[in-house]
Design a protein around this ligand. Structure first.
Ligand SMILES: Nc1nc2c(ncn2[C@@H]2O[C@H](COP(=O)(O)OP(=O)(O)OP(=O)(O)O)[C@@H](O)[C@H]2O)c(=O)[nH]1
Ligand SMILES: [Zn+2]
Length: 362
């Protein structure tokens, strides 16, 4: 049986203070490291084990108070911390989340889909060549800010670019204080700059399109070095499991969480994230004559004036409009869906009530 210190799997004071000494006498805390159909893989001080997903779900529903922006995004996520009964590993409670990264689920349905919970830093990876696109970085930034995590933009393939410093400068303008690193991901000494975000107690994720160098960076951070894959542990029913997990321990003491390949990256409801990201545009918009100004030809529009005066970048404004429209569309549809579900729920309930009354009467 392998041993992990809780700190090396991301345990922090924020979680510690949610658990009483009493609870720690009869319970254990462990972190969700993967979802495998009906089983959830957990990582705790005693190593790896799995519990039935149903039991974990029950703990989630009892978790109550949801963090800001968690709107409709429920369910146990990779990165969650659970308090379990030490004897039978029954899930008692899901600990409150520090941060929660989610996106709009793929497809027609407007549903938030949790990517991972309790991330400290999100590395937004993009390359200095064809993939470099400021508006795409803004999209990732909106999600990161909404999640409550710290964004760090990583521009890979600097070796294939004439002027990486210029791209870095452009990316830095996207948000006040935004940290941007440029590097050749294949050179592990260059990737070392990322290690300062990967110390003990820290959980990180790499987000970005296919081929930008995420696996290369993960390797440079040392995911391959601590051979912990293929651990055989007994699950609750005494069976052995050898499933892959999505939490990777790093030699620097932190945890790297795999993200399921994000192909379609549509924004979920994330108004706060966008408000934070586009503070510069919103400050200008405060001077529009009408508070509900569309910034598309309304009289007294301060945003149009700023665009004409060259004080606001055309690309930035287009991105602001596009992401806001997408966000508004997806939150409106979400609200509509909830209303529909509520109505359907009420209809079923009244049907059942009627049936019951009829039965009682007969
Ligand atoms: N020249 C150069 N090549 C790089 C750099 N980073 C990654 N590559 C190469 O780009 C290719 C793709 O890198 P990966 O690390 O597999 O990219 P990924 O983001 O994990 O891709 P997916 O697994 O498809 O999501 C590989 O051939 C890498 O060797 C870099 O900084 N410079
Ligand atoms: Zn306006």
């Amino acid at each position: 049986m392998s041993n992990f210190s809780l700190r090396n799997i991301g345990w922090k004071p924020f979680f510690q203070q949610q658990v009483s000494l009493e609870e720690l006498e009869t319970g254990v805390v462990a972190r969700v490291s993967a979802h495998h159909g009906s089983q959830i893989l957990m990582l705790g001080e005693a190593g790896e084990f799995s519990i039935p997903a149903q039991l974990a779900q029950a703990a989630d529903e009892s978790a109550g108070g949801t963090a800001a922006g968690e709107a409709g995004a429920c369910g146990i996520a990779v990165g969650d911390w659970l308090l379990l009964d030490a004897q039978d590993h029954r899930a008692i409670r899901r600990l409150e989340r520090d941060t929660l990264l989610f996106r709009k689920a793929a497809g027609e349905e407007v549903k938030p889909q949790v990517i991972a919970a309790n991330l400290d830093t999100i590395f937004i990876v993009t390359s200095c060549n064809e993939d470099f696109n400021l508006s795409r970085i803004e999209r990732y930034l909106a999600l990161t800010l909404q999640a409550g995590a710290t964004p760090v933009v990583v521009l890979t393939k600097a070796d294939l670019c004439e002027n990486p410093a210029e791209l870095r400068h452009q990316a830095e303008q996207l948000h006040a204080g935004l940290l941007v690193e440029t590097l050749d991901a294949r050179e592990s000494e260059q990737a070392d700059v990322l290690k300062s975000w990967c110390g003990p107690g820290q959980s990180v994720v790499l987000l970005g399109s296919s081929g930008v160098g995420k696996s290369t960076l993960a390797n440079a951070l040392g995911t391959g070095q601590l051979a912990t894959g293929g651990i055989r542990e007994k699950d609750g029913k005494g069976r052995h499991t050898t499933t892959a997990r999505s939490l990777h321990l790093l030699p620097s003491g932190g945890v790297l969480i795999d993200n399921p390949g994000v192909r379609e990256l549509q924004l979920p409801a994330c108004e706060e994230g966008l408000t934070d990201l586009f503070e510069d545009v919103l400050v200008i918009a405060r001077n529009c004559r009408f508070s509900n100004c569309s910034h598309e030809g309304d009289a007294g529009c301060a945003v149009m004036a700023a665009l004409e005066a060259g004080e606001l970048d055309q690309r930035r404004f287009a991105s602001f409009q596009k992401l806001n429209a997408e966000q508004a569309h997806n939150s409106r549809s979400l609200a509509e869906r909830r209303e529909r579900d509520r109505k359907t729920g009420r209809m079923y309930k009244s049907m059942i009530d009627k049936k019951r009354r009829r039965r009682e009467e007969s």
